[in-house]
Ligand binder design. Sequence first.
Ligand code: PLP
Length: 460
Amino acid sequence: MLEDKNNNSSITAVVQATDAEHHLHPFTNTGALNKKGARVICKGEGVYLWDSEGQKILDGMAGLWCVNMGYGRKELVDVATKQMNELAYYNTFFQTTHTPAAELAKEIASVTPGDLNHIFFANSGSEAIDTIIRMVRQYWAIKGKPYRNILISRENAYHGSTVGGTSLGGMSGMHKQGAPLVPNIERIRQPYWYGEAGDMSEEEFGIACAKALEEKILEVGPDNVAAFVGEPIQGAGGVIVPPANYWSEIQKICQKYDILLAADEVICGFGRTGSWFGSDTLAIKPDIISMAKGLSSGYLPIAAVAVGDRIASALIEHDDDFNHGFTYSGHPVAAAVAIENIRLMKEENIVEYVGNDIGPYFQQKLRETLSEHPLVGHIEGVGLVAGIALVKDKETKELFPSDLDIGMICRDHCFNNGLIMRAVGSRMVLSPPLVISHAEVDELIEKARICFDLTLESVS
Ligand SMILES: *Cc1c(COP(=O)(O)O)cnc(C)c1O
């Protein structure tokens, strides 16, 4: 029993001690965390969380970019309860299906762009990415070109942390651990204009970054490349919005060499950028996309790969099994929650709200309030996702020394002042629930301003 209803402090201490004794945390220095104790999160409602000390926190990250419809949605709880009572689990391997899996596939197809009308289910973004890796390679094998098995992705991309996701991603800190990686993956530079373009205009830089794809294709041989994979807007890499011409150039190059284009929509999907998918916002026409985070608003783990006609018809017409899948592919309870989540999004016009109302308001207010701040080098973002570059010198874009860890200093000030904002190196990122109100955006940005002041004081 970890609960002691009369004494919050002792709840905190008891949970922290138990956690320290037995829980290994993801992406965490667990030894260091154990010494200081993890914050214990107890309750969520709307855009707010409460910790075991009773502190109310505005969640500027929607959990981990996923609680799009906000915390405490009873509709999602109720469908989960109903589905658990009716059929808590059955698989989709044994030539069997069930209503939630079939219905959810149809619902997803109703919101995906273009001809992405066939759905493969997984339980996490990483599994969806592993599915894409195996599926595009299998596609080319079916087409009699098994040698077309190289995937090209980008530096500082995040595609999850399974062996496949780690290998496809471009996070150097991850590549160092648990090697060797999956072979036949190549990477090109990221389209990070503010940080890496030197004197180039956005347009010139967009062309240069796309050209890097063509150069890589020619280097490894066009006939060896299966697919290019990218996040429409890089998320965990620090929220990096590519130059406006970047994706159309990438698309042209993929077409020229007959290379499949995969969009990792795990963050951008389900309204985050003001359209159902980032591919809609950025005018990308992918052959295949992965989705996860916003699909169930994080209420249960579920992910999917939406497959366009080209790949789907090859798989369907090929008279053999696709030997891939997960025990919980299309889990009925998770699927029922995702169906209800999509229904709620449609009923409440959330995508339009992000695209035409709260997204533009958030982006404008962020710039109005923070652009002039001495720590802020650059703000970029679309809809309800944004990245803020913290710099030592606004003019020269000089960064703080990395051992100072300016992002962590800022993140701690935020946490201590009732706001969750994530640090990615020296970039601060925001991705609040899509249901956030205007008043809550005002509160979020005012809190951020105060915490940037505190951060400046800490380093002055
Ligand atoms: C989070 C994320 C993943 C991995 O998803 P998990 O559910 O954590 O496995 C993959 N791709 C992108 C773009 C992500 O943001």
